[in-house]
Design a protein around this ligand. Sequence first.
Ligand SMILES: [Ca+2]
Ligand SMILES: [Ca+2]
Ligand SMILES: [Ca+2]
Length: 444
Amino acid sequence: MGASAGPATHPPTRGLLTRGLLTRGLLTRGLLTRGLLGAGLATLLLAAGAAALRPAPAEAAAAPPVLLSDDFQDGAADGWRTSGGLWSVAADETSVLRQTTMSGRAVACAGDPAWADYAVTARVKPLTMSEPQSSAGVLARVQPDGSHYYLATRADGTVELGRVTGGRATALASAAYPAYPAVWRSLTLVVKGDSLVGVVNGSPLLTATDTRLRRGRAGLATASGTASFDDILVQSYAASTPDTQPPLTPGRPSVVTVTPTTVTISWRPTVDNVGVAEYVVYQGEQFYQQYPVRTVAGTGPVTLTLNPSAATIHFAVAARDAAGNLSQPSARVTIPQPPSYPKSGDDTVAPGPPGNPVLSGPNTLTWTPASDNVGVLEYHVILVVNLDEVRLLAKVREPSAVVSVSGGNPMVRVLAYDAAWNSSSSALVPYGPGPSPTPAPGAR
Ligand SMILES: [Ca+2]
Ligand SMILES: [Ca+2]
Ligand SMILES: [Ca+2]
């Protein structure tokens, strides 16, 4: 027998490790800044940390308190009351709650009718959807008479946030989202006061304001279709003292306008268990950069100045509450460096691609001009070094530019712009004299 230590000498560390790193923000902040860890994964990590740690210790915790969780691994759907449909625990990779009646509306709900402010999350997998309006989703504030708010994925390729009162559904917000039957997706519906937020696979896509339903149970539902549900999590958004819970991650900002030197962005409001006090706006040029550049009370519009040497510029926002808790940054919106003249005209036809840039003299790149139905006004020369660092080397009118290149493994491309900012690109090619001409067969 060897003398190796048995596994029992090592205490389980996964939950502690996750909590420690998340609490200190080392894991998520570091990885998110570098863009290696998506918001969805971060959300999963937060959820996993919350589940492993319940009840939460007295120290500051990032995740909201868990009111209810069910992964159906005990093989039972105890605590769930159903109305319509045929619900049972079934096997689908793991144990899940499945609704198998094709027609009509089916609801399963759980929790406390006094719940007011909370987030209900479930993994949802639509199985068979018979009509365009077939749907599967999560419910909040389910009333004894069946009224509720819902966030549902629909067979017509949308997600919808809405309200059912008196047996009638009213859509409050909707967005395109692929229906993909038989694919799991995560749906979260947050209800906080009059604010409703719908989050799909970690992205807050929908917001609405409604005052009709104040409290009620959490739930799951299908309409004209069958679906599996798993990993139900209900988290409190009730105010707490002290407030240690950060706001919900805001949705991706939208670009309102771009000028040759500025961009104006805005975003939808997000929610907090107490209240969002301000938003932090981040700007960056390389994918690993994300600098706070502005703090504002509202949701924009905010106008920011562009660095003229950036090839692309990205923006994100995070929400902070009055206690200083900061949410994760939102998904980024990215724009290319705009042309140096204002956008004009209603031309929608992009130029043909310019030729690939070749080194034709000391520090001089040239390329075959692009053609356009109206006219090419500007070329941008883009440099990529060390595989991922992107810079704008030059904005020129003629198909030639004197450039200064530094960094490893340099690659270059040229973009052509017309007056309406339609653009086309050459290929990304190594910085150099270009391929040697291939002699024609028989040539000497
Ligand atoms: Ca399960
Ligand atoms: Ca808070
Ligand atoms: Ca054109």
